[in-house]
Design a protein around this ligand. Structure first.
Ligand SMILES: C[S@@+](CC[C@H](N)C(=O)[O-])C[C@H]1O[C@@H](n2cnc3c(N)ncnc32)[C@H](O)[C@@H]1O
Length: 225
């Protein structure tokens, strides 16, 4: 893959919003919920939380449930995803959604915690972390989650075989076919855990890493010193 991962975003997400919640659940065998639970468990007590690249708002609503008195903001670059996020969050008075590019974030407010599920691989670490820092309160926390390519050979073979099956499944859900085709290369080539860890450490964060589900997914927790 020679293209900038950013260029894949409109092609992955322009036409997939309506089916996203179901696909995220079944394509990960329910692990998406488990991974998001891990993010939630590690959000420290917070009065304000920003969910970057909130998509349809699955994680945003989980955060709002855990912190009913906090101000929760979801940001996304896709209008169709945001529309569904708003529809599905009508009962949540503590959530607001904003249409913005995370790499050009300009919200004129700061948060105790910034978290994101599945954005790291699409963005430039230095740009995204600078934007996060400028929106983070002192001693704040950044939590980033995304897929990773396992290091173990056997797991790599299983992982590759699974994506072949997903590619075949794409024949039955055409709006996802392109994503199922391009996602494996994007994940294989991404060095997001190392790149974001390095950038965060250079900016005075203490970073810890937590791999999950046979090293197919990782979360990094970063606490500002
Ligand atoms: C796989 S979805 C994940 C949605 C949600 N975080 C979740 O875990 O269910 C990825 C989302 O990232 C958004 N996205 C990608 N790049 C972005 C950027 N630069 N700024 C804001 N949102 C972005 C896409 O529009 C899409 O909604």
């Amino acid at each position: 893959m020679n293209q900038n991962p950013r260029n894949l975003v409109p092609r992955f997400f322009n036409d997939t919003a309506k089916t996203y919640d179901k696909i995220a659940n079944w394509a990960t065998f329910g692990q998406d919920k488990y991974w998001k639970d891990k993010i939630i468990q590690n959000i420290p007590s917070a009065d304000s939380v920003l969910d970057l690249a909130c998509g349809t708002g699955i994680l945003t609503r989980m955060i709002a449930q855990k912190f009913p008195h906090a101000k929760i903001t979801g940001v996304d670059i896709s209008q169709t995803y945001l529309q569904i996020a708003k529809q599905n969050s009508t009962g949540f008075e503590n959530i607001s959604f904003v249409y913005q590019d995370a790499e050009e974030l300009d919200l004129k407010e700061k948060f105790d915690c910034i978290c994101s599920s599945y954005i790291p691989k699409y963005c430039d670490p230095k740009t995204l972390i600078q934007k996060c820092i400028s929106h983070l309160n002192p001693k704040g926390t950044i939590i980033l989650h995304d897929f990773i390519f396992p290091q173990n050979r056997l797991l790599q073979n299983l992982w590759n075989a699974y994506f072949e099956i997903l590619l075949f499944a794409g024949n039955f859900v055409p709006s996802w076919k392109f994503a199922f085709k391009e996602l494996p290369n994007l994940i294989r080539e991404s060095r997001w855990v190392d790149d974001y860890t390095e950038t965060l450490e250079k900016n005075n964060f203490i970073v810890s890493r937590h791999d999950m589900t046979w090293h197919t997914s990782s979360i990094i927790f970063a606490k500002m010193i």
